[in-house]
Ligand binder design. Structure first.
Ligand code: ZN
Length: 120
């Protein structure tokens, strides 16, 4: 009887775990899809801006590429990013370091959700 109850308990735990994992997996897939959508939109906007800059301002592709390198190097690392990968973000409200996985400051509660009202 105890074994039956224990088995039942374990089966239920396993079932709940599978449901949680499935839910996490779906949330991750949806998050990746949203990121891909934003990336596609940014690439589209970048291409349009790039073509306008070349056509209207007469800048060469090389000049724009050089500017990209200069901006990239402002943080001291040529890594294709504007900010180093491991640079901690600071809370805009209290200035403390934000935990990477938390969108809300643990110290003052300031919300740091990315602005989704922008066009991209
Ligand atoms: Zn804060």
């Amino acid at each position: 009887m105890i074994n039956f109850a224990w088995d039942f308990y374990q089966q239920r735990q396993i079932g709940e775990l599978k449901t949680d994992q499935l839910s996490d997996s779906r949330e991750h897939s949806a998050a990746i899809q949203r990121l891909e959508d934003r990336l596609d939109r940014l690439a589209l906007i970048n291409t349009a801006m790039w073509e306008l800059i070349v056509a209207r301002l007469g800048l060469t592709q090389q000049e724009i590429a050089n500017q990209i390198t200069e901006v990239d190097l402002r943080d001291g690392v040529l890594d294709g990013r504007i900010r180093p990968n491991d640079a901690p973000l600071k809370c805009s409200q209290c200035g403390r370091t934000l935990m990477q996985r938390h969108r809300t400051c643990l110290y003052c509660g300031q919300n740091h959700q990315p602005d989704t009202s922008a066009a991209v």
